[in-house]
Design a binder for this molecule. Structure first.
Ligand code: PEP
Ligand code: MG
Length: 920
């Protein structure tokens, strides 16, 4: 095995490639740092000469406890090559070569393993370095650093053994800062440190540079199995058998006079994405000085005056690096006596805004494809760009100053700052009349709280989960919302909330971070973005749409090729539909018609209709509602001209439209006690009726299609309103595509009962109005039985829309209103569930039902249109699953449409060329 190659010079990257067959293999062999330095060397970027001892050598060392045969000889031979390249010699007092010994695994493990700098410094070479540099302070400082690092890292001496005598020395001299130390002081400290080594180890600090290198190499190998490194690997799932490489790199110094310097830079602005170098440098300084901000650094541009030649070279190199890696680079460089060296380059971290701008610019520059640009931006980054955000440092400060109140479920992203109010009316009043920014705080919300929510900047509840009413409505309207913050105790009577010691009274300021679920006391600064102004984001989203529009991008389970997902929106009102269109939605996937019943001028009629004692009385009340509904639908058709609009027939249990039973009971009792008789009988009758509507399990009771069958007059009115509106709009030149959706179907017989009646009305209206247009009748798949019998259901339904809120509730048997408040968070914490299934589709259970339903449904009706309108329709992971199972579209809140457009394109690109059978 002695012919095995354990050591690669930076310039031998091609050999490594040949051996491993791929760049990924080279990264595994030479580590991230080593392969990067080698790659830069190949690209003719000036990198200090050096070499890498492979991860294979590290693994061999771990197995046997000694360097593998041949490795050390190869390391010495490589060192000779480095001497040749640099013209310096290791251990030569007249022109000494100094090197660093750095760890570097395949995946970055920042600070988890060891590094030793300034290897090669000895008493003799230190003297040579002083003669060479004329800078004894720098040389002795470097030397004491080597003795200290060598002592702690290589010899395992505790840090305190060096720190204590150093502190003592400074104290004796009356110094506070290291900068006060003179050359003489550092020289004295070198001796102190050498004495520490002798005392702790019983031998002298090695004056043989070769010995230093050997021990340092071994120390880096050992650090692979140090506690820090092992813990880090556990936490990040990095396998234990990768091993670390050891990089031996020539030391270069930026502190050798005014023709030397050091700096860090980004090739583009990491905060805005602007194509302009951004960085800092310092003359006559070491890297740490820039990072630590000890001295005020100058902007990199200034180098064009101080070192014009170097600046030109630097700009040329960074441009080359960016083109080579096709990514914004974060570089470290040093200038040693007028010569520029690149010490590191890596893809730079950036804000969401910069990520979008850089991706779009790079595609426009021809550096990357549009597909690559789309893939470089995450849906979460788009989310960030669309909601007001809290300033991060301000949030940290708030944490520090005890302003953090509680954490709940991050139900609707964005930052909201406002004055707390504990009921919808007050929140609305203070917002509208007193022009306050308000936050509505409730234990939970109900449909008749919506006006308060819409008027508020944010919503906070102490109960409920990701699909609770508050969460659904907040997302729909793009209102930042935290739900289920159970640490908060809301006292509605005293109009205050209490968290531990903190008491928030009505009108006090709070800040709600819907992106993270955090709630703070007081006002935290925010900034608010808008889509229209974000031209780069709009460009990127158009590219995303183009990707999904390719007719053969997706291969379905049956081998058929189709386009990718479309993105539709859930919208109840024309203003939401208009927003959805402007955000790029190409259909309405769910209009929850019942929301319209809550408008103040309609609710009494709705209640009258519910309490009607005869069908005639009910129809009379419905006739009053008909024009309202007709104009609601007309507005939607107009906003969605040319695009499909799915209108769901009434779904919730009737008691939701009635006054609160408890409050009414209290009123009745109070009237009785006070002896007030006026209106008492009516109230008592109303109370009796409400009690008559009571159900133990209303979510599984008289709702959805069951209600339509039990009380068909309501849906008959709704269908008439839909078709009359569609006919009127068609006459105006609007292209309408109404799709009538029947909710909560469990058996095809329900559809067989109701659908023909509704169809008759639809046809009758079209005959009356003497006009024809496209339309569909379909159903929601929300009940497991419907999914299982999808083949039968598709005989009648022309489309399916997965109501994954209810489907999740019923597949798991978890109440969607209670589970998150009780056990669901614990389940996720304990790993019983990987994720909250009300936020991300449970692929193994609910997902299988969906897959089965699509396949059975399409077997019965090949052109069956399939969508999703549960909350999952805006969740990137769930969107990917919808792509896989073959949905035509996903429908989500208008505010999530841009996120979904990007997620749909990601899914299309990720799965292009694979069929569903291969996707798990
Ligand atoms: C669903 O159940 O997923 C759905 C969209 O309907 P709702 O949330 O109105 O019950
Ligand atoms: Mg539902």
């Amino acid at each position: 095995m002695s012919d095995k190659k354990w050591v690669y010079l930076f310039r031998e990257v091609e050999q490594a490639e040949k051996y491993k067959g791929s760049w990924d293999g080279v990264r595994a062999l030479l580590g991230g740092k080593g392969s990067g330095l080698a790659d830069m060397t190949r690209a003719k970027v000036p990198v200090p000469p050096g070499f890498t001892v492979t991860t294979e050598a590290c693994n061999a060392y771990q197995a046997s406890g000694k360097f593998p045969a041949g490795m050390w000889d190869q390391e010495l031979a490589a060192l000779k090559e480095v001497e040749k390249e640099t013209g310096k010699k290791f251990g030569d007092p007249t022109n000494p070569l100094l090197v660093s010994c750095r760890s570097g695994a395949k995946f970055s493990m920042p600070g988890m393993m060891d590094t030793v700098l300034n290897i090669g410094l000895t008493d003799k070479t230190a003297a040579g370095m002083i003669a060479l540099t004329g800078n004894p302070r720098f040389v002795y400082d470097s030397y004491r650093r080597l003795v200290e690092m060598f002592g702690t890292v290589v010899l395992g001496i505790a840090d305190e053994a060096f720190e204590e005598p150093m502190a003592e020395y400074k104290h004796k001299k009356g110094y506070k800062l290291d900068t006060e130390m003179t050359a003489e002081d550092w020289k004295a400290l070198v001796d102190v440190f050498k004495a520490v080594v002798k005392k702790e180890q019983g031998f002298d600090f090695p004056q043989d540079p070769i010995k230093q290198l050997e021990l340092a190499t071994e120390a880096v190998f050992k650090s692979w199995n140090g506690k820090r490194a092992v813990d880090y690997r556990r936490a990040t799932n990095i396998p234990d058998d990768l091993g670390t490489a050891v990089n031996i790199v020539t030391m270069v110094f930026g502190n050798m006079g005014m023709d030397s310097g050091t700096g860090v830079a980004f090739t583009r602005n990491p905060s805005t994405g602007e194509k302009k170098m951004m960085g800092d440098y310092l003359l006559n300084a070491q890297g740490e000085d820039v990072v630590a901000g000890i001295r005020n650094a100058d902007p990199v541009e200034k180098m064009s005056q101080t070192m014009p030649e170097v600046y030109k070279q630097f700009m040329g190199i960074t441009d080359k690096l960016e083109k080579h890696y096709k990514e914004m680079q974060d570089v470290e460089f040093t200038i040693e006596r007028g010569k520029l060296w690149m010490l590191q380059t890596r893809n730079g971290k950036r804000t969401a805004k910069a990520a979008v701008t850089i991706a779009v610019d790079m595609a426009n520059e021809g550096l990357i494809s549009k597909e690559e640009a789309v893939l470089r931006v995450t849906p979460e980054q788009v989310d960030t760009l669309l909601h007001p955000q809290f300033n991060d440092t301000a949030k940290k400060d708030a944490q520090k100053t005890g302003k953090f109140l509680a954490k709940g479920v991050n139900a609707s992203p964005g930052a909201a700052v406002g004055q707390a109010y504990f009921d919808a009316d007050k929140a609305e009043k203070m917002a509208k009349e007193h022009k306050q920014d308000t936050i509505m705080v409730r234990p939970f919300t109900k449909p008749d709280d919506v006006h308060g929510m819409i008027a508020s900047k944010g919503v906070l509840t102490s109960e409920g989960g990701a699909t609770s009413h508050a969460a659904v409505v907040a997302r729909q309207f793009g209102i930042p919302c935290v739900v289920g913050a159970s640490a908060i105790k809301i006292d509605l009577e005293r109009r205050q909330m209490v968290v531990g010691e903190a008491v928030v009274k009505e009108g006090d300021w709070i800040s709600v971070d819907g992106t993270t679920g955090e709630v703070f006391l007081g006002q935290i600064p925010t900034s608010a973005p808008s889509l229209e102004e974000q031209t780069d984001l709009l460009t990127l989203l158009n590219w995303a749409d183009d990707i999904c529009a390719k007719g053969d991008i997706r291969t379905l389970y049956n081998g058929k090729k189709t386009r990718g997902l479309q993105v539709w929106a859930n919208a109840d009102y024309p203003r939401d539909a208009r927003r959805a269109r402007s955000y790029g939605a190409v259909g309405i996937g769910l209009c929850r018609t019942e929301h319209m019943f809550f408008e103040p001028e309609r609710l009494p009629t709705v209640q009258h209709m519910i309490l009607a004692e005869s069908s005639a009385e009910r129809t009379a009340a419905l006739n009053v509602l008909l024009p309202f509904q007709r104009s609601d639908f007309a507005g939607l058709f107009e906003a969605m001209n040319g695009y499909p609009v799915i209108i769901r027939l009434i779904d919730p249990p009737l008691h939701e439209f009635m006054p609160d039973e408890e409050a009414l009971f209290e009123e009745v009792v109070t009237m009785r006690v006070k002896g007030e008789t006026k209106g008492l009988a009516e109230k008592e009758a109303l109370l009796a009726s409400i009690r008559g509507l009571h159900e133990s399990n209303p979510m599984m009771g008289l709702r959805g299609v069951r209600l339509s069958i039990y009380m068909p007059e309501i849906v008959e009115m709704q269908v008439r309103a839909i078709f009359e509106a569609a006919a009127d709009e068609t006459k105006k030149g609007v292209v309408v595509k109404p799709e009538v959706m029947i909710p909560l179907t469990g058996t095809v017989e329900e559809l067989r009962w109701i659908q023909p009646r509704l169809l008759r009305i639809a046809k009758a209206v079209m005959d009356e109005k003497k006009i024809q247009f496209e339309y569909k009748f379909g159903t929601m798949i929300e009940i497991p039985r419907a999914a299982i019998t999808a083949g039968e259901i598709a005989e009648l339904a022309e489309f399916f829309s997965f109501g994954t809120n209810d489907l999740t509730q019923m597949a798991f048997g978890y109440s969607r209103d209670d589970a998150e408040r009780n056990f669901l968070v614990l389940y996720v914490e304990q790993g019983i569930l990987p994720k909250n299934p009300f936020q991300t589709i449970d692929r193994a259970g609910v997902g299988r039902l969906m897959k089965f339903a699509v396949e059975e449904g399409r077997a019965a009706r090949p052109d069956l249109e399939v969508g999703i309108c549960g909350e999952h329709g805006g969740d990137p992971d769930s969107i990917e699953f919808c792509h896989i199972v073959g949905n035509n579209y996903v429908s989500c809140s208008p505010f999530r449409v841009p996120i979904a457009r990007l997620a749909a394109a990601h899914s299309a690109l990720k799965h292009a060329g694979t069929s569903i059978a291969e996707d798990k």
